[in-house]
Design a protein around this ligand. Structure first.
Ligand code: GLU
Length: 491
């Protein structure tokens, strides 16, 4: 098959799923796509992959837009800017996917599956018990037209699955790795359309990449194992596949996949914690190499425009790049120091003491002080990066250290899963307290100590709302980390 991508005008995309806070990984992949497009006079597209309704978070999409704009990665086509290939939100394209699934049913490359969740679960358990990889056993693959009609007449719901060839293998080229082959015995008959009519990631992604004329799929390496399914789908539709570039995964210092347990991963955290977009972009641009080592005298410092000019995709190293906060902080410091005094002042004035922030804090303080000079006494924690409460401050009188830290860990998990409103936080924390037999007073005092560093503060939950979810959670994680380290040190 000839690859139309070879001559077509370059079009690339990022396709984040709105499932929570915008992730640093999205900015990293966004950056690479942006640079690739700008280097080649191409288009950079933003598509929202929101078909997984169970993980959908309504506020997430706008946060993704804001965060990507904040780091300076403007897109040419997308849900909010429009373009000739819209809609760019998958939930608005379900009719398109249904039509395409029907095309595959008609040409025999997909089939209806009437198996119930319970039946599938039972098979999966058997396979796991026999130490076999979980695979669809093909129950519905060879149903006759009569059998299908009978099941439909009974009103049974069905999914649509890809009929992966039972023999042979699929090979595709990864532009950084060369050819990759997957034996079909390792590729499951993937569900393409769910029984609720929504597509799975695989179908929607391939259909959209084709209809949006994407020439190069540049995404994280965790999608390599999905690629054979995608290549089979392109074939099933009779379409040419795009080029694939799988970028190395960002890693924690211990080399595990980057996770919020070990690193802040929300872009909102970085914005609110006083990182500069130039530093973040520079840092992400260093991940995996790609810039000439001697660029800018080997200082590792470069701008987005310089990346567009000098970045070489085929120089990317595949060994997992380490997301090292110490390095990011160093870079950020370099950029802060390089500013004029006036620019630095402007940053402090807008990002540390921004009007909206001070206004919200003032509202919490007006009834609590007698002279304006006292303003700082109860509010310093709003302006600190780190607060380190002493044990005398955070440890409730009747509690041991160990159970207190376990409870703080539960508070963190509770707040992670919680909407950031007074009512939701209060209800969730009280429920936790009841479950673990912690009084409301102990519960809130511990949290107050961790977040504010003190036993006295403006109203706690309101303060946490002003301080923001990302930074509050980070404070809890840092507290727990510091306690763990201290305990390790004592041994
Ligand atoms: N929706 C996928 C994600 O959240 C897109 C992966 C891809 O680029 O194909 O990352």
């Amino acid at each position: 098959m000839t690859n139309s991508a070879e001559t077509a005008p370059i079009r690339v995309r990022i396709a984040p799923s709105p499932t929570g806070d915008p992730h640093v990984g999205t900015a990293y992949i966004g950056l690479l796509n942006y640079v690739y497009a700008r280097q080649r006079g191409g288009k950079f597209i933003l598509r929202i992959e929101d078909t997984d309704r169970t993980r959908f978070v309504a506020s997430s999409e706008q946060m993704i837009f804001d965060a990507l704009r904040w780091v300076g990665l403007a897109w040419d086509e997308g849900p909010d800017v429009g373009g000739p290939h819209g809609p760019y939100r998958q939930s608005e394209r379900t009719e398109i996917y249904r039509r395409h699934a029907d095309m595959l049913l008609a040409n025999g490359t997909a089939y209806r599956c009437f198996c119930t969740a319970e039946e599938l679960d039972a098979v999966r358990k058997q396979q796991l018990a026999a130490k076999l990889p979980p695979r669809y056993p093909g129950t519905c693959r060879y149903l006759t037209p009569e059998q299908i009609a009978a099941r439909q007449a009974e009103g049974r719901v069905f999914t649509i699955r890809l009929a992966v060839p039972t023999e042979g293998s699929t090979t595709f080229r990864d532009e950084l790795r060369g050819n990759i082959t997957f034996d079909h015995s390792n590729v499951d008959d993937q569900v393409l359309l769910k029984s609720d009519g929504f597509p799975t990631y695989h179908l929607a992604n391939v259909v959209d990449d084709h209809l949006m004329e994407i020439t190069d799929v540049i995404r994280a390496e965790e999608w390599i194992s999905s690629t054979p399914k995608h290549v089979l789908l392109y074939k099933a539709f009779g379409w040419a596949a795009p080029r694939f570039w799988h970028m190395p995964l960002l890693r924690n210092i211990d080399k595990s996949k980057i996770s919020k347990r070990k690193n802040p991963v929300s872009l909102i955290y970085y914005r609110e914690s006083g990182y500069l977009p130039v530093a973040l972009i520079n840092f992400l641009g260093l991940m995996g190499g790609g810039m000439p080592a001697d660029f800018n005298g080997g200082t590792e410092k470069f701008t987005l425009a310089e990346m567009v000019e000098h970045f070489v995709f085929t120089n990317i190293r595949l060994g997992g790049p380490v997301f090292d906060l110490t390095k990011l902080k160093w870079l950020n410091g370099e950029y802060l120091r390089a500013m004029t005094a006036e620019d630095f002042f402007t940053q402090v004035r807008t990002r540390v003491f921004g009007d909206d922030y001070i206004r919200a804090i003032s509202a919490l303080m007006q009834t609590r002080i007698e002279t304006l000079a006292q303003f700082g006494d109860l509010t310093s924690f709003f302006f600190q990066d780190d607060v380190v409460p002493m044990q005398e401050v955070f440890l409730p009188k009747k509690r041991a250290l160990e159970e207190t830290l376990a409870f703080a860990q539960d508070q963190l998990a509770t707040l992670e899963a919680c909407g950031w409103t007074n009512e939701e936080m209060e209800a969730a924390l009280k429920k936790l307290g009841e479950e673990k037999s912690w009084s409301v007073k102990e519960n809130f005092m511990l949290l107050r100590a961790i977040v504010t560093g003190s036993t006295m503060s403006p109203p706690l939950l309101e303060s946490m709302i002003v301080f923001g979810k990302a930074r509050t959670l980070d404070r809890l994680r840092r507290f727990l980390d510091a306690q763990k380290k201290a305990a390790g040190g004592q041994k």
